[in-house]
Design a protein around this ligand. Structure first.
Ligand code: FE2
Length: 274
């Protein structure tokens, strides 16, 4: 891995102190006092930085091995999510790939406080019934203070936008972002070619003081956590769309249509395979 230049900063966006119109915030899901308590816990001991690209995330030899391992899996054995129209699953990797990913992030950020939240393999391709993959604007609700978005393979680009930065990657390049903090999305799929596909591996990494460590994965269903997340979106999402519109170089946002999806359709982890 080449050591990138990391620009540490206070997150420019989804934090109360950065809100551009504090007087007019609508406290719909929780009041300001409660929100600020949640926010403090949410950001405690998290490093904030400009999203950046890491070249040569694995050695050539390891990357080839990882590609062969994951690309040997049949799509029919990988869970499919209608929320983003993609095949995505936890496929147990040899431990060294996880260790290297964590070590690379520790080195890049200059901290040992990085550990595994979870990881997924994703294959994006138009389905037989013509459904296109998409990744709409969102903040992650699942545990990942830091996320490695590793370009694994495929035969097309699919750019990724985090806050105000857009990345077009090559295989074995990884983007490091803070997906619980920076709103992010991918450019629209654009193409109707059913043969085009794009594959990635996502390592969601956490710090020790992350509430997944306190409460397990159940925190995602906690009523107060959900109110906090809804309040954040209420406060920041409209401004994010304005921000993207104000930067002509950025690809347009993608809006997903969740109408008609059940909660089971929107699985995040651990779905029973059909
Ligand atoms: Fe995400």
């Amino acid at each position: 891995m080449k050591h990138p230049e990391v620009v540490f900063q206070d997150s420019k966006f989804a934090m109360y102190k950065n809100h551009p119109d504090k007087e007019n915030i609508k406290w719909v899901h929780m009041d300001k006092e409660e929100y600020l308590e949640w926010e403090e816990e949410f950001f405690a001991e998290a490093l904030l930085f400009e999203p950046f690209l890491i070249e040569n995330f694995y050695s050539d030899e390891d990357f080839k091995e990882l590609q062969e391992f994951l690309q040997s899996k049949k799509l029919s054995e990988i869970a499919y999510t209608k929320q983003m129209n993609k095949w995505e699953d936890h496929i147990a990797l040899p431990q060294k790939f996880i260790d290297i990913a964590i070590d690379n992030v520790r080195k890049a950020l200059g901290t040992d406080d990085v550990e595994l939240g979870y990881y997924l393999f994703a294959h994006h391709q138009i389905t037989e019934d013509g459904q296109k993959p998409f990744l709409q604007v969102h903040l992650d609700w699942s545990p990942g203070t830091y996320m490695v978005d590793l370009h694994l393979g495929g035969n097309r680009d699919w750019s990724f936008i985090a806050h105000d930065k857009e990345f077009i990657t090559k295989p074995n390049q990884a983007i490091l972002v803070q997906p619980e903090i920076d709103l992010h999305y991918r450019e629209p799929w654009r193409n109707d070619d059913p043969n085009e596909y794009y594959q990635a591996v996502f390592f969601h990494l956490i710090r020790k003081r992350h509430w997944k460590n306190k409460h397990g994965f159940e925190f995602q269903a906690d009523e107060n956590f959900l109110r906090f997340q809804k309040q954040r979106l209420e406060m920041f999402e409209p401004f994010y769309f304005d921000l993207v519109d104000s930067i002509p170089e950025l690809s347009p946002t993608t809006i997903g249509d969740d109408t008609g999806l059940t909660e089971d359709d929107k699985r995040i982890l651990g779905v029973e395979k059909a």
